[in-house]
Design a protein around this ligand. Structure first.
Ligand code: AMP
Length: 296
C-alpha cells in the first residue's frame, strides 16, 4: 500500500488526525537505505496492526555547517516513498524548507554539555540543529513513540535526554547499526564513496572490531588496538583521516576512566576523500564484546 504523502503542515494535519494509536515516528533525511528499512520495520512492529507509522523526510539545513554537504545531500523522494510503502508506512511527511522554517528560527534547543563533545566538537551547532528539528517534528506529528538508529549513538543519547529533560512523554527506541556484508555501516553518504574510498573506509568497522577483541584487557588496550588500525589506514590510498576515536560512557558520552568495567561505546569519526563517516560499537569492558560487532 502506498503511504499518504504530506508535503505541508496542513496536509500533515489532515493525515495525522485519523491515525490510530500508537503512532510511531521515524525521523529521517531520506535517501533511504537498508538501515532505514530496519527502523521502519521496528516502527511497524511497535505500532502493531492497530497503530500507525509516520516517517518524516527532511534534509534539515539547521544541522549542516557552512562547509558541509547540505547542497549535495542526496534527495530521492520518489524512491523513498516506495521504500516506505514496502515497509508498511502509513504517512510520509516530507516538508519543504519553507514549510518547516517559515520564518527565522530564533528559538532553538540547547543540547547542553553532551552536545559539545565528539560530533558536537567537530560539527559546531550540529546537535542544536538536530534537537531543534526533532522537537519541531515531535510537535507537528505528535507521536507516542519514535525510533532512532544506534549508528548515530550520540544523537540517540541526546534525543533520550531531550525527551526526559523536557518531559515530552514520547517513548524512544534505539535500533542496532545495520551493516553491508563488507562491514561498512549503511549510510546515505556511502553513495559519495568511490570504489577505492569505500575500500579505505572499511578501516572504520575494522578498527571497532579490533577494539572489541581487546575488551578483556581494559579501556586503554581497546583504544590502542582500534587506534593502530586507524593509524595504518592513514597511510593507505586514499587515506583515512581520523577526526576522533573515543571510548565513552553511553549515558554521558564522557571518556571512560582507566580500569572502567561495564557498558561502554567505542566511537569513531573519519574522513575519506570528501566524505565524513561515523561508526560505533557497544563494548562490555569485562571480557565480552557487546552485540552488533562488525566483522573483521
Ligand atoms: P538519517 O536519514 O541519516 O538522518 O538517519 C535517520 C535515522 O536512521 C537515524 O535515526 C539514524 O541513526 C538511522 N540510521 C541511519 N543509518 C543507519 C544504520 N546503518 N543502522 C541503523 N540506523 C541507521
Amino acid at each position: 500500500m502506498s503511504p499518504i504523502l504530506a508535503r505541508t503542515r496542513r496536509g500533515l494535519g489532515a493525515a495525522r488526525g485519523p491515525l490510530a494509536p500508537p503512532v510511531v515516528l521515524v525521523p529521517t533525511m531520506g535517501a533511504l537505505h537498508d538501515g532505514h528499512r530496519v527502523l521502519l520495520r521496528r516502527a511497524r512492529e511497535l505500532a502493531g496492526h492497530q497503530g500507525s507509522v509516520l516517517v518524516s523526510i527532511f534534509v534539515n539545513p539547521l544541522q549542516f555547517g557552512p562547509s558541509e554537504d547540505f547542497g549535495r545531500y542526496p534527495r530521492t523522494l520518489e524512491d523513498d516513498v516506495v521504500v516506505c510503502g514496502e515497509e508498511g508506512t502509513d504517512v510520509v511527511f516530507a516538508p519543504s524548507r519553507a514549510e518547516m522554517y517559515p520564518r527565522e528560527q530564533l528559538i532553538t534547543v540547547d543540547p547542553g554539555p553532551m552536545g559539545e563533545v565528539l560530533e558536537g566538537e567537530f560539527r559546531p551547532g550540529f546537535f542544536r540543529g538536530v534537537l531543534t528539528v526533532v522537537l519541531k517534528l515531535f510537535e507537528l506529528t505528535a507521536p507516542d513513540m519514535a525510533v532512532f538508529g544506534e549508528k548515530d549513538a550520540q544523537q540517540l543519547a541526546l534525543v533520550r535526554r531531550l525527551v526526559t529533560d523536557l518531559d515530552l512523554g514520547i517513548g524512544i527506541t534505539g535500533v542496532p547499526t545495520v551493516r553491508d556484508p563488507d562491514g561498512l555501516a549503511t549510510s546515505s553518504r556511502n553513495r559519495y564513496l568511490s570504489g577505492p574510498e569505500r575500500a579505505s573506509a572499511l578501516a572504520l568497522p575494522r578498527a571497532l572490531a579490533a577494539g572489541g577483541q581487546t575488551a578483556a584487557s581494559g579501556p586503554q588496550e581497546v583504544l590502542k588496538a582500534a587506534g593502530a588500525v586507524l593509524e595504518a589506514a592513514a597511510h593507505t590510498e586514499p587515506p583515512v583521516v581520523t577526526d576522533y576515536l573515543a571510548l565513552v560512557d553511553p549515558a554521558t558520552f564522557t571518556p571512560v576512566p582507566p580500569g572502567f568495567t561495564g557498558e561502554a561505546r567505542l566511537l569513531v569519526a573519519a574522513r575519506v576523500g570528501g566524505t565524513r563517516l561515523i561508526d560505533n560499537m557497544p563494548i562490555r569492558l569485562n571480557g565480552n564484546t557487546g552485540e552488533g560487532q562488525p566483522r573483521e
